[in-house]
Design a protein around this ligand. Structure first.
Ligand code: MFK
Length: 556
């Protein structure tokens, strides 16, 4: 018998090869805008499968190293990163990964342009998408709370020139945890050398600081004798490269995202600049983490797309039991289920991106602002969980090869797992969804927006699916009514399934809208089948029944 070798999966241009992205952009963007941006998206799609992919592998193979001391015994806390990691930074600046969102060349649509770029870049970036997320979030914060010191910093964050492009960290997590930031123990004391503009000095320990090689960071601290957290800007290094009263205790040994330097730091009187006045720290930093949560959702969707593309390519060439995997109905069905999750996540994430763009352009109605507040946590939590599930399925689709590190496939799963942890876990965000409903009219906005959209779907082809979505909306409404009347525990226990219901139902509406447009415009032939299949599932299994309340006691 001749030697047998398996064919590794291959990627081609990730813009042209994507069955949804270009079609979605044709649906949502003015024609002249697409003509304008398509060449750069296509170029990035090519890079995602060529030079970026090489850098991604190289950065993963050379993770960062912490060198606490120099050769002569001085404490330097140098974090050495690979050439590839730094090249990914340079390319991010040149490709305008952050800048596009702030130049606003296409008004409210600019965020769609920007996040389409991120979607192509992220899965080939060794998680350089993380520093970019925090940089963008910091840019938004500084745009909202500008002052003389932060204006030039803002310009660095949105620069396309690699030599002046800066990235930012987002230091929220302390030993007491990353979810309940009220437990922050970092203290800000007024500095005696206020002239520099950095009027405070910070004392405390930050337990997870991703992208510690960034030039700046945004962080939280209690000003001495104040009851509320405040937000501060920190410049990490002096002009000679030395850290500004920061000690790097160690780099974290993580399950995934291994090219990304994540450190534990002690702030020993680090100069800090107060942003937007004292107090209201959580509310202010929310404008940052709401951007990073959108990045999380788009990166999750991009990860699902990559996992699906690799598994599909492999299935088209790998032969077992006398035929290609793709020709085995059960395997093809598994791939279709993965693709469906990715499509749903894509619609949800990009819908949020559109709302974010409208908000920033000052074009959002009050209802759209409330929807954005609600859908950011919904999209983040749902796409993250989908991404882990799809990555796991992709690993399995490669059989034993998927479990072997040097195929690069296990990384899909290791890197996906962080998406449901950082930037708010699934449960913390599910509770945030409840908070959004309590504080705004988001539920009314969600229900009326969804019903209005469904009313525009007139094609008979979608009648049955539309009816199912209307049923799901009624279940969501019924749950909200009962939650308002019932014990808080009743609602909290179901907060996750409620959030999933919102995600699936919103995605269903978008599936149908897109399918109707596809039929009318002759685009994406799989849109109708995908919409029918998505809407056939149980969209809102929240548990409105009178059955026993799931109780933590069952696991005690
Ligand atoms: C590729 C992607 C890469 C992503 C980058 C990853 C980098 C990772 C670096 C990290 O930082 S990881 C740390 C992750 N930690 C979190 O994301 C925090 C998770 N915890 C929460 O989200 C909690 O819900 C929260 C800390 C916000 C709860 O804090 P509080 O103090 O109990 O909040 P509270 O009292 O509900 O709200 C305080 C104010 O903030 C209110 O405003 P007002 O004072 O005006 O009433 C809220 O409305 C506002 N607020 C809270 N959550 C908000 C929000 N505003 C808008 N959106 C929200 N989600």
């Amino acid at each position: 018998m001749a030697d047998f070798f398996q064919a590794p999966p291959r990627l081609t241009n990730q813009y042209d090869d994507d069955p949804l992205l270009a079609s979605y952009l044709r649906w949502r963007l003015p024609r002249e805008m697409l003509v304008d941006i398509e060449p750069s998206l296509r170029r990035l799609g090519e890079r995602a499968a060529t030079d970026l992919l090489v850098l991604d592998a190289a950065a993963e193979a050379s993770p960062p190293r912490h060198m606490p001391y120099d050769a002569w015994g001085r404490r330097v806390d140098h974090i050495e990163t690979s050439d590839a990691w730094r090249a990914l930074d340079r390319i991010a600046a040149e490709e305008g990964l952050v800048a596009t969102g702030y130049e606003r060349a296409h008004g409210a649509h600019s965020r769609v342009d920007q996040f389409a770029r991120l979607y192509l870049y992220a899965p080939s970036s060794a998680t350089y998408s993380c520093p970019l997320a925090m940089t963008d979030g910091a840019a938004r914060l500084l745009e909202l709370y500008p002052d003389d010191l932060t204006r030039p910093v803002f310009q660095h964050l949105i620069s396309r020139d690699p030599l002046s492009f800066w990235t930012s960290g987002q230091w929220m997590t302390e030993r007491s945890g990353g979810s309940d930031v009220s437990g922050t123990s970092t203290i800000a004391r007024v500095s005696s050398e206020a002239a520099s503009g950095y009027r405070y000095r910070l004392y405390g320990t930050k337990w997870f600081t991703s992208a510690t090689t960034s030039q700046i960071a945004i962080t939280l601290a209690y000003i001495e004798d104040e009851k509320n957290l405040s937000v501060f800007l920190v410049r990490l290094r002096n002009d000679d490269g030395s850290l500004r009263d920061i000690q790097v205790n160690r780099l974290k040994d993580k399950l995934g995202t291994r090219a990304l330097p994540t450190a534990e730091l002690t702030l020993n009187g680090t100069p800090a600049h107060l942003i937007g006045g004292k107090g209201e720290g959580v509310r202010k930093i929310a404008s940052m983490f709401n951007v990073t949560r959108v990045y999380n959702a788009v990166a999750a969707v991009a990860g699902m797309r990559r996992a699906t593309a690799l598994a599909r390519d492999y299935a088209a060439r790998r032969v077992a039991f006398g035929k290609r995997l793709l020709d085995h109905p059960l395997h093809a069905e598994t791939l279709a289920a993965m693709e469906l999750e990715w499509r749903a996540g894509f619609f949800l994430a990009f819908h949020v991106v559109e709302l974010l763009g409208r908000q920033e352009a000052g074009e959002a109605t009050n209802d759209q602002l409330a929807l954005l507040r609600l859908l950011i946590p919904v999209a983040k939590l749902y796409t993250a969980k989908q991404a882990v599930a799809v990555a796991s399925e992709a690993v399995e689709a490669f059989g034993g090869a998927g479990y072997i590190e040097d195929t690069g496939i296990p990384r899909l799963l290791r890197d996906a797992q962080v998406l449901s942890i950082w930037e708010g876990t699934t449960n913390v965000l599910s509770l945030d969804v409840l908070r959004a409903l309590e504080k705004t009219n988001a539920l009314e906005a969600f229900l009326s927006d969804s019903r209005n959209r469904l009313a525009e779907i007139r094609d008979e082809t979608f009648a049955a699916a539309g009816a199912r979505v209307r049923d799901a909306l009624r279940d969501i409404e019924a749950f909200a009514e009962r939650a308002a009347a019932d014990a808080r525990e009743y609602t909290e226990v179901r907060a996750r399934s409620f959030s999933y219901a919102l995600a699936r139902t919103m995605a269903a509406v978008l599936f149908l809208e897109y399918a109707q447009w596809s039929v009318a415009s002759g685009n994406d032939r799989s849109a109708v089948a995908a919409a029918a299949r998505w809407c056939a599932r149980d969209l809102a299994p929240i548990g409105n029944d009178e059955g026993p309340v799931p109780s933590p006691m069952f696991i005690g």
